[in-house]
Design a protein around this ligand. Structure first.
Ligand SMILES: CC(C)(COP(=O)(O)OP(=O)(O)OC[C@H]1O[C@@H](n2cnc3c(N)ncnc32)[C@H](O)[C@@H]1OP(=O)(O)O)[C@@H](O)C(=O)NCCC(=O)NCCS
Length: 143
């Protein structure tokens, strides 16, 4: 069974591996290190026997949070790792008295959109050309 814990420096290599295989414009290792330093409570990983299965990271300010990235290892998808990470993040945000969570996602990303909608996120807008030729759709969740 996988466990969810805070990101630690030893996870960086595996997080980058998952990030690089999940996105065409991945975050750099340096950026993940900065996020870990700035938002240690809201950078979470799912891990089983020292293997990182996925991660989620959000920035927080005042009583708002912005999900910056979530990804699950290719061969571990559709096993509730992503929804487990999202639920764990939301639980921690509630404890921090965050009142609203928002994010943007590529319009064509059916898997991620479905994950967010199942968690109760509501569509709140669109940014044309946010990903080059693709639009972003915006979601938010009131806590
Ligand atoms: C989006 C992502 C994180 C989902 O992680 P996951 O662990 O596979 O998701 P879960 O198993 O927790 O699925 C939860 C729900 O999400 C939806 N979902 C997940 N994958 C899906 C897919 N391929 N197609 C349609 N719906 C999907 C379903 O509603 C699913 O519930 P169900 O299994 O009961 O039908 C994963 O697909 C991923 O890493 N994608 C690449 C990175 C990415 O696009 N991140 C989002 C950036 S905003």
């Amino acid at each position: 069974m996988a466990s969810i814990t805070r990101f630690k420096p030893q996870h960086l290599g595996q997080v980058c591996e998952i990030e690089n295989s999940s996105f065409s414009e991945p975050f750099s290792a340096d950026y993940f290190e900065q996020l870990a330093e700035k938002y240690p409570e809201t950078f979470l990983i799912s891990e089983k026997e020292s293997r990182v299965l996925g991660y989620i990271v959000a920035e927080t300010y005042r009583n708002k949070a912005h999900i910056l990235s979530i990804a699950v290892r290719d061969d571990c998808r559709r096993k509730r790792i992503g929804s487990g990470l999202l639920d764990a993040l939301i639980e921690r945000l509630r404890l921090k008295e965050v009142k609203e969570v928002f994010l943007e996602v590529r319009e064509s990303n059916v898997a991620a959109r479905s994950l967010y909608e199942k968690a109760g996120f509501k569509l709140s807008g669109r940014i044309k050309g946010y990903y080059g030729k693709d639009d972003a759709v915006l979601y938010h969740l009131k806590l």
